[in-house]
Design a protein around this ligand. Structure first.
Ligand SMILES: [Zn+2]
Length: 350
């Protein structure tokens, strides 16, 4: 099966990758086989490509990339009841151990045994077909395109973050970082009820994209825009109810409480590979609640429902689409981080 393989750091190839090298190809009774249609390029895929590792996860042998996916069911296991051949679907990429303590506590995303696509040693899905559990495969309404459905995975992070923040109608939000995760977080915060969301970033182009998503999003340039002064001035000196950290930058994390209102909530989203410092004193005087999130737990159906109803529109975030045969070039471009791009996707031949 022709697959996009990360051979080692800085080396990608589009080549045949024998099914025998992947344990998950056998169709179990509660599994479906899926023909992949669209796969988004995630920051984590690019990070494995350019660094060969993310924290403790190291690429020691060739690994297929990709985990943000949609496709079509082409075969169903004997006990599958909710999906049939021909169904258009999106897939949740992390499969926990159903009997683990974390799963039974309702926190399957932090199950240490979770198997997540394109996280060593588990292969991703930039390949023609995959086998996936029925319970982690979600049927799409006709109105949700394959491209939008491949955005459900990153959107799920934003929805999980807004849920953890316990956003209330009329809250004022701040999102640090206008990358794909920052922008889906801003959209999720608005869908959850925020009256206004301030989004800060170094890139003027990214802020332009952010502001184009909704009249309730205000872009604030860093440096220069003075986010804290702006938020305070527009909230009668009170500050934001929720601050989402979506940059992964230690410098941003260090100041995460500054725009926060008393009693507010900070949600740490951006991956921090190294230890960071934040101002615990600034958190204490506000009695700030701090939430940390890792991926998401069972929010795919909510995301699909919001795309279907129009409550969230992710189409403006999809800025470039490549053919599967162009995947290596797509990753080279993604690794250069073009400022005008948010999400790049790859379409597989059907
Ligand atoms: Zn992703």
């Amino acid at each position: 099966m022709k697959s996009l393989v990360l051979e080692r750091k800085d080396e990608l190839s589009l080549r045949d990758f024998p099914a025998i090298d992947r344990v998950e190809e056998t169709l179990g009774p509660r599994d479906v086989r899926i023909r992949l249609h669209t796969v988004g390029i995630c920051g984590s895929d690019v990070h494995y490509y350019t660094h060969g590792r993310i924290g403790p996860f190291v690429v020691n042998e060739p690994m297929i990339l990709g985990h943000e996916a949609s496709g079509t069911v082409i075969e169903t296991g004997a006990e599958v009841t909710t999906l049939t051949v021909g169904d258009r679907v999106c897939m949740e990429p992390g499969i926990p151990d159903p009997n683990s303590r974390a799963t039974r506590l309702g926190m399957y995303n932090i199950d240490p045994a979770v198997r997540f696509w394109a996280t060593p040693p588990v292969h991703g899905i930039l390949r023609p077909t995959c086998v996936h559990p029925e319970g982690f495969t979600f049927k799409l309404p006709d109105t949700v395109s394959f491209a939008e459905a491949a955005m459900v995975e990153p959107l799920a992070v934003g929805v999980h973050a807004a849920t953890k923040a316990r956003v209330k109608p009329g809250d004022i939000g701040v999102v640090l970082g206008a990358g794909p995760i920052g922008l889906v977080t801003a959209l999720s915060a608005l869908a959850a009820g925020c009256a206004r969301v301030y989004v800060s970033d170094l890139s003027e182009k990214k802020l332009e994209i952010a502001e184009s998503l909704s009249p309730a999003i205000t872009g604030v340039a860093v440096p220069g825009g003075d986010l804290v002064a702006r938020v305070k001035a527009e909230t009668g000196g009170w500050g934001a109810d929720v601050v989402f950290e979506a940059t992964g930058s230690p410098a941003a994390a260090a100041q995460v409480f500054e725009p926060l209102a008393p009693g507010g909530c900070v949600v740490m989203i951006g991956g921090q590979p190294d230890p960071i410092r934040y101002d615990a004193g600034a958190a204490m005087v506000r009695e700030a609640r701090v939430e940390n999130i890792f991926r998401y737990a069972h929010v795919f159906p909510r995301c699909v429902a919001m795309l279907a109803s129009g409550a969230i529109d992710v189409k403006p975030l999809i800025t470039r689409t490549f053919a599967f045969d162009d995947s290596v070039r797509a990753f080279e471009i993604a690794a250069s981080a073009p400022p005008a791009d948010v999400k790049m996707q790859i379409e597989l031949p059907q």
